[in-house]
Design a protein around this ligand. Structure first.
Ligand code: LLP
Length: 414
C-alpha cells in the first residue's frame, strides 16, 4: 500500500478520505493528528486475508493506543500485543478480547502479571528465567497456571536503526539462542507455568524480507522440537513489516505472509503476529501551522508541532515526508528546515525540504500514525494534540486537545 492512498490532493487541496484537511484544522486546531478509518481497516485486512493457516493478528498497541483505534481493531477481529498493564486496561476499555492478548516486555511487574492473569490473557511472552520464576510464583499464589511463550533471541541482524533492532545478540530482549533449550526445560518444571508457545521479535521498520527469512528458518526448526517436547500450540513471529516513509520499496505484506506460510504452514501451529507500524503508520498524518519564517544561514519554517508531538525525527533521525496542505501556489518554493517551538536543537520535523510557505500556512507530515501520538509528551508544558478519525466525509474527534489545566492534574502545591 502506498503511503498516501487515503490522503490525496484534489485540486491541490489535501484530503483525508473525503474530508478537506484544511477544514479539519480549522475545526479542531493544530497540531492535529488525523487518521483514516478505511486505511486502518485495509491494513488489518492486508495481513488477515493473506494468511490461510490458523492465525491471530495481535495489533501492537504501542504504535497507536487511542481507544478508538483499538476499538476498530477489536471490531475487525484483531488481538493485541501489549507491554504494560496500562495497555491491557486500554484494550479492555476499548472492548478488546483479553483471550487474544499477548504480553511482551522485559520488565513486567508483579501487579501487572496478576492483572493479566485475572483478565485471562492468551499468553505472556517471557524474556528471562527470573521473569518465569516470578510469573510462576504469582500464578501459584492465585491457584492458576500462567500460559507462557518464551521470547527467544535468534541473533538476526534486522538492518534497521540501532535504537529499534531488538534481535541482535547484544539486545536486552529475549532469551539468548544458546540458552533456549535449558530455559524451556526450566520453565517446564515450574509449578505455575504452562508452556503455550515460542515467540521472537527481531526489530522494527524492516524493509526487506531477508531478515524475516533468516528468523523464520531458525524459529521453524525450534518450533518443531518444542512441539514434540512440550506440545506448544503457537508460534509468534513478532512485529510487522516496515512502511514506506519515502519510496523505500518496502515489500508487500502479502509477500511476507507468503514467506510465513512457507515456513510455518505445515506445522499445525497457530501463527501469531504483532504488527504495529504497518497497521497505523500510513493511516495517519500530523497537521501543523507555520508560525514564523526565519531566514538565516538556513531557512526555517517554525511550526506549532514540536518534538513533544512527534519525536521520531529527533530520536531516530527518521525521515518523514512533509508537504503543503494547499499546493495551489508553489511559485515561492525554497528549501526549508521545518522546526518546532521546543528549546532543543533536535526539535526538527524535517530538514531542507522544498516548500512554498508563509506565516499561517498549514503543513502536513505524512506516515505519522505510528509512534507519533503514542510517543508524545508534555515537554515544555505543551498540551498534547487532538486526534481525529475520518470515515468518508465524516470526522470524529477521538481525543480532545489537552488544556493547560490538564498539565498539572495530580500535582500539588506544598
Ligand atoms: N512486538 C514487540 C515485542 C515489539 O517490541 C514491537 C515494537 C512490535 C511488536 C511492533 O513492531 P512494528 O510492527 O511496529 O515494527 N518507536 C520506534 C519503533 C519502536 C518499536 C518497538 N517495538 C519508531 O518510531 O520507529
Amino acid at each position: 500500500m502506498d503511503y498516501s492512498e487515503h490522503f490525496v490532493y484534489r485540486d491541490d487541496q489535501l484530503y483525508a478520505e473525503d474530508c478537506r484537511v484544511a477544514d479539519l484544522a480549522a475545526k479542531y486546531g493544530t497540531p492535529l493528528y488525523v487518521y483514516s478509518r478505511e486505511s486502518l481497516r485495509q491494513a488489518f485486512a492486508d495481513y488477515d486475508s493473506s494468511l490461510s493457516l490458523p492465525h491471530t493478528i495481535c495489533y501492537s498497541v504501542k504504535a497507536n493506543s487511542n481507544l478508538a483505534v483499538l476499538q476498530l481493531m477489536a471490531s475487525l477481529g484483531s488481538g493485541f500485543d501489549i507491554v504494560s498493564g496500562g495497555e491491557l486496561a486500554r484494550v479492555i476499555a476499548a472492548g478488546g478480547d483479553p483471550s487474544k492478548v499477548v504480553y511482551s516486555g522485559v520488565g513486567k511487574r508483579e501487579d501487572e502479571i496478576r492483572y493479566a492473569l485475572e483478565k485471562g490473557i492468551y499468553c505472556f511472552n517471557a524474556e528471562s528465567e527470573m521473569e518465569l520464576q516470578t510469573i510462576s510464583d504469582v500464578a501459584v499464589s492465585m491457584n492458576v497456571k500462567a500460559p507462557v511463550a518464551l521470547r527467544v533471541n535468534p541473533a538476526v541482524d534486522p538492518h534497521t536503526h540501532h535504537h529499534i533492532a531488538t534481535g541482535l545478540k547484544t539486545s536486552k530482549f529475549g532469551v539468548a539462542w544458546e540458552d533456549v533449550p535449558a530455559v524451556y526445560e526450566y520453565a517446564s518444571k515450574l509449578p505455575g507455568i504452562c508452556i503455550r508457545g515460542v515467540d521472537c521479535h527481531i526489530g522494527s521498520q524492516i524493509t526487506t524480507l531477508s531478515p524475516f527469512r533468516e528468523m523464520a528458518e531458525k524459529i521453524r526448526d525450534l518450533a518443531v522440537t518444542l512441539k514434540d517436547r512440550y506440545g506448544i500450540e503457537s508460534v509468534d513471529v513478532g512485529g510487522g513489516l516496515g512502511i514506506n516513509y519515502d519510496n523505500d520499496g518496502t515489500p508487500a505484506v502479502s509477500d511476507y505472509m507468503k514467506l510465513l506460510e512457507e515456513y510455518f504452514g505445515d506445522l499445525g501451529l497457530r501463527l501469531v503476529l504483532e504488527p504495529g507500524r504497518s497497521m497505523v503508520g500510513n493511516a495517519g498524518i500530523l497537521v501543523t501551522k507555520v508560525q514564523y519564517i526565519k531566514k538565516a544561514a538556513k531557512n526555517f519554517a517554525i511550526v506549532d508541532a514540536g518534538m513533544n508531538d512527534m519525536i521520531r525525527p529527533a530520536l531516530y533521525t527518521a525521515w518523514m515526508n512533509i508537504s503543503e496542505v494547499d499546493r495551489s501556489d508553489r511559485s515561492a518554493a525554497d528549501k526549508y528546515t521545518v522546526v518546532g517551538p521546543i528549546c532543543e536543537s533536535s526539535d526538527k520535523l524535517g530538514e531542507d525540504r522544498l516548500l512554498s510557505v508563509k506565516k499561517g500556512d498549514l503543513l502536513v507530515q505524512f506516515s505519522a500514525g505510528a509512534y507519533g501520538f503514542s510517543m508524545s509528551s508534555n515537554y515544555n508544558s505543551r498540551p498534547r494534540a487532538a486526534e481525529v478519525m475520518v470515515k468518508g466525509g465524516e470526522d470524529f474527534e477521538i481525543r480532545t486537545r489537552e488544556t493547560v489545566e490538564d498539565l498539572w492534574r495530580g500535582e500539588h502545591l506544598l
